[in-house]
Ligand binder design. Structure first.
Ligand code: NAD
Length: 433
């Protein structure tokens, strides 16, 4: 099949590369000329494990190409995917659909034959209807089918998630659209990935409901962690104790500094807007958003408390800046709020992150970026683990206790055993233990 992927970011590039690996002929389109020039020269615009090899193999076998020319790329496609960004709209938290509609208009002006237009971007209920209207208006004589196919991949494990998904959701109203989508995903049918066909509006809502539910699970265990600290319980044992119940499940029950990233924060807000617009309150999600927002800054205060309540002029070393390991994505990372809280209190911050420092340096110019974990930690009054990169899981804690100005470790991801950290000579604080 011939597939055009409009938008070559985290989702578009991974999806396009995986589709080409299944044997489809894929062109990944982006309006960012630097991104496409880089891809044509074999340079990945993002850090995602395994992506460079996957792209290189499929590009060299001529199943995967890159272009800035949208009209030429969609002209003879069987399916056109829209995978552009849908950030929060400034001011009101609605999903900003301007990129989706702009892409839809460009596609509408370029199609000359029947094809499916697939919305892979996360979009509020009803967006597919509007895309359909844009297509019909620009091109009344061509039959197109608009489908919703939300993406559930996680950054850092995106290729595996795409190739072995828990499920594929396809919201399609017409039989012909379903037939083409079955063909697109046929290689995954063979892997027995469950494919769920639903109405288009239902598919759009499934994505938001899934993200809001996961954000709720994280926020729930974070509040339990706070209670654990007050009553002398251990949140990790509570997580295990509840997670072994099949009705609850063990995933997304790790207490930490609050959820961040390019999806949960904006998608929970967008769902609240949809609920408001439809006069259908979602008080649980409302609370989740508020509790999580407060939590990120509270983690800065937790560090200040560990320093004895005074951070002015003290050096704080942050290990990890990205919102999670194995990505360079800094969008809405908890580190941003933690850094701000510490700067507001007068601290000097040094940080190290294996992949995120280039982007982070632009977002937090006051922070000194170090060349390694140990360089960041040297002479620090407090060391804070913000992101649980593998590189931070086996640090030499005794060495840290020696080279830091003060042997204080605040582990916001609970990756160390409290007894071991204390035995290494550190004053150790973690979350909910
Ligand atoms: P991204 O910002 O990494 O990539 C979007 C790309 O689209 C950019 O490169 C941009 O230049 C390009 N673009 C915008 N308008 C264009 C146009 N008219 N023509 C061509 N290219 C255009 O975004 P992302 O993280 O890949 O997210 C894309 C969508 O997928 C969002 O709706 C997001 O919510 C959703 N999603 C993201 C993830 C994730 O983990 N990142 C997971 C699931 C779903």
């Amino acid at each position: 099949m011939k597939i055009a992927m409009i938008g070559s970011g985290y989702v578009g590039l991974v999806s396009g590369a995986c589709f080409s690996d299944f044997g489809h002929n894929v062109v990944c389109v982006d309006k960012d000329e630097t991104k496409i020039a880089g891809l044509l020269a074999g340079k990945m615009p993002i850090y995602e494990p395994g992506l460079d090899a996957l792209v290189e193999r499929n590009a060299s076998e001529e199943r995967l190409s890159f272009s800035t020319d949208l009209p030429a790329s969609v002209a003879d496609a069987d399916a056109v995917f829209i995978a552009v960004g849908t950030p929060s709209r400034r001011g009101d938290g609605h999903a900003d659909l301007s990129f989706v509609y702009a892409a839809a208009r460009e596609i509408a002006e370029s199609v000359t034959k029947p094809m499916v237009i697939v919305n892979k971007s996360t979009v509020p209920v009803g967006t597919g209807d509007e895309v359909e209207r844009i297509l019909a208006e620009a091109n009344p004589n061509v039959q197109n089918w608009v489908v919703s196919n939300p993406e559930f991949l996680r950054e850092g494990a995106a290729i595996d998630d795409f190739k072995r998904p828990d499920r594929i959701v396809i919201g399609a109203e017409e039989e012909e659209a379903k037939r083409i989508m079955r063909e697109v995903y046929r290689p995954l049918f063979l892997n027995e990935a469950p494919i769920l066909f639903t109405g288009r509006r239902t598919a759009e809502l499934i994505k938001y409901a899934a993200n809001a539910f996961l954000a709720t699970k994280i926020t729930f265990i974070n509040e339990i962690a706070d209670l654990c600290e007050k009553v002398g319980a251990d949140v990790q044992e509570v997580s295990r104790g509840i997670g072994l119940d099949n009705r609850i499940g063990p995933k997304f029950l790790h207490a930490g500094p609050g959820y961040g990233g390019s999806c949960f924060p904006k998608d929970t807000l967008a769902l609240l807007k949809t609920s408001e617009d439809n006069d259908s309150p979602m008080r649980i999600v409302e609370s989740v958003v508020k509790v999580n927002d407060n939590r990120k800054r509270a983690m800065g205060r937790k560090v200040i408390d560990a320093l004895g309540g005074e951070a002015r002029g003290r050096k704080v070393a942050l290990l990890g800046l990205t919102f999670k390991p194995n990505t360079d994505d800094m969008r809405d990372a908890p580190s941003l709020a933690i850094v701000q809280a510490l700067l507001d209190a007068g601290a000097n911050i040094t940080a190290f992150d294996p992949e995120g420092m280039d982007i982070a340096a632009e977002l937090m110019p006051e922070v000194t970026m170090a060349g390694s974990s140990y360089e960041a930690v040297t002479d620090a009054d407090a060391v804070v683990i913000v992101t649980e990169w593998d590189a931070f899981r086996a640090l030499d804690l005794k060495h840290i206790a020696q080279i830091a100005a003060q042997p204080l470790l605040v582990d916001l991801r609970n990756i160390y055993n409290p007894e071991e950290a204390r035995a290494a000579g550190l004053t150790y604080h973690s979350v909910g233990r």
